[in-house]
Design a binder for this molecule. Sequence first.
Ligand code: SAH
Length: 256
Amino acid sequence: MIYFIGAGPGAVDLITVRGAEILKKAGMIIYAGSLVNPELLNYADKEHCEIYNSASMTLDEVIDKLISGHERGLVTVRLHTGDPSLYGAIREQIDILRAKNIEFKVIPGVSSFFAAAAAVQAEYTLPDVSQTVIISRMEGRTPVPERESIRNLASHKSSMVLFLSSGMLKELSGELIAGGYDESTPAALVYKASWPDEKIIRTNLKNLASDAEAAGINKTALVLVGEFLNDKEHNDYKLSKLYDAKFSHGFRQAKE
Ligand code: SAH
């Protein structure tokens, strides 16, 4: 069986139990070496497991290896960072396997955007502040459809998480402000969330690029933007209905 597994954001104990159990049985692992923590490979029986770093491989080479593992009856793992459904390039692999009638399974992972929220101890969905998280990226070599430009998305002033954009922070904050966020809107840059060398910069849109530059961060980071990052004094969120004493729901009667 071939498994696409989400490795989690970095910390070796933030892979799922299911993912780790499969790694223990793996006969072949192809891991995305640019971002997957190599210490995760210690779950595998390294003496009997073939291990490849996909950083220097093409799609065809990856597929050839997956198929070779499959044909030899090995538990074959494609290990992607975070959760494979976000910027993971799994679809192109899946479609080739489907065309060849080769079975596979996808095991989810903890995305870095969850690890980043944990790092800053924030909740993206605060009542009366925002009930929506927009996940996107600046256009790079991979184009972004015009209707999804940062400027357009910013007009919602929801909570936002930007992947793959920490090398373009000046342009990013310019687009966010042009789209509708005030330049004083809080922003956080989380570098290597959950890794031992994690760094957090709390700032606002105006100072995002200069603060990141001063800290020397231009890759492996997420940008979080929105009022949800404000501290209690500057945050007019409402308490949740779920735990409101006056509110009944399927599991609890109101106290009055
Ligand atoms: N599938 C992954 C994302 C892969 S795209 C996930 O779910 O997290 C790679 C981008 O993800 C990086 O450029 C960076 O923006 C972000 N990223 C991945 N791991 C990260 C981490 N531990 N901390 C901060 N950003 C991270």
